[in-house]
Ligand binder design. Structure first.
Ligand SMILES: [Zn+2]
Ligand SMILES: [Zn+2]
Length: 314
């Protein structure tokens, strides 16, 4: 199948349609992926992260535990999705954007194997850089060096920031992604992620360490926005895990009884295929406002080609 059409979320329609907005927020945004990231974030902070006082003094073993937690979560969630779709091939190529399976025996992938390459960059680089950022923030909280508004004493504030994190991360992604497409940074770092034209769950955070330093830096926003340690863990785990379904290469997942649920992200899959478009996400449609929106149509593909021809002719 092709990638299909991308539509603007009803949040941005004029005149506003409040019912359509509410329906979209509940059935498309919250259910099921964002709900899952919140559940995983809460569980990771409550049960899978060393308590805050362990970070008061610089403690390599506490960082190592955060790293091990990241690896464990990625193996279960990203590995589970990969196993279901690409090893067990549970739904064959039904709802798959690209008829081909992932690349084996070819350059430019490390070990000449796309999945092994993707697993390597995810577990070795992404999980450790995410653990370093998270531990740095937890060290700051443990020593009262940044402003904390504890989740337990101010639950409504924590809930609002939980939901605000997603559009903020989207804005951050647009900004760093545009930067990564400047010629020098592209050649040096971002080209590694773009080796994956046909993508799978492990391609999500298969990036050069320099890109990881940028992409995984979202928790640093809590240096400026009063937050709390739970929000840092939520943000860190969200960045590592949410790229798995969005890069899974399948538009929908077939579950029990032949029913399907939303799967991959058409918008970002178009970026991997056509490159000079869709730098952000559709949640905050910066591409719409800055003229790089690809809606999946042939006309949009022509516009991308035309833009590239103009740039090459300069
Ligand atoms: Zn890119
Ligand atoms: Zn990508």
């Amino acid at each position: 199948m092709g990638i299909g059409e991308v539509t603007l979320p009803p949040l941005y329609e004029r005149p506003p349609r409040p019912l359509a907005m509410a329906r979209w927020l509940v059935t498309k945004f919250f259910w099921w992926q964002h709900l899952l990231w919140i559940v995983v974030g809460v569980a990771a902070w409550t049960w899978l992260t060393p308590s805050l006082d362990r970070f008061a003094a610089p403690a390599p073993w506490a960082v190592a535990l955060v790293y091990a937690r990241n690896v464990g979560l990625m193996i279960v969630i990203v590995g589970g999705l990969h196993w279901w779709l690409y090893m067990r091939r549970s739904q064959g190529t039904q709802h798959k954007y690209d008829e081909r399976w992932l690349s084996v025996g070819r350059r430019p992938f490390l070990f000449r194997h796309q999945t092994r390459d993707n697993v390597f960059w995810s577990l070795v680089s992404a999980c450790s850089i995410a653990a370093l950022y998270e531990s740095l923030m937890l060290w700051l909280y443990a020593n009262d060096l940044i402003w904390t508004i504890p989740a337990r004493s101010n639950l409504p504030y924590a809930v609002v920031l939980t939901f605000a994190m997603f559009p903020l991360a989207s804005l951050h992604f647009y900004a760093i992604h545009r930067l990564l497409h400047t010629p020098h940074l592209y050649r040096m770092a971002h080209s590694l992620h773009h080796h994956n034209v046909n993508i799978g769950p492990w391609s999500g955070v298969s990036m050069h360490p320099v890109e990881h330093l940028l992409y995984l830096s979202v928790p640093l926003m809590f240096l400026l926005i009063p937050g709390n340690p739970y929000l840092v863990t939520l943000t860190a785990t969200y960045l590592l895990l949410s790229a798995a379904p969005s890069h899974s290469g399948f538009d929908r997942y077939v579950i029990a009884g032949g029913r399907t649920v939303a799967g991959g992200d058409r918008f970002h899959t178009l970026h991997h295929r056509h490159f000079d478009c869709n730098y952000g996400t559709s949640l905050v449609p910066m591409d719409k406002w800055f003229g790089t929106w690809h809606d999946g149509s042939d006309e949009a593909t022509e516009q991308v080609k035309e833009r590239r021809r103009r740039l090459a002719a300069r």
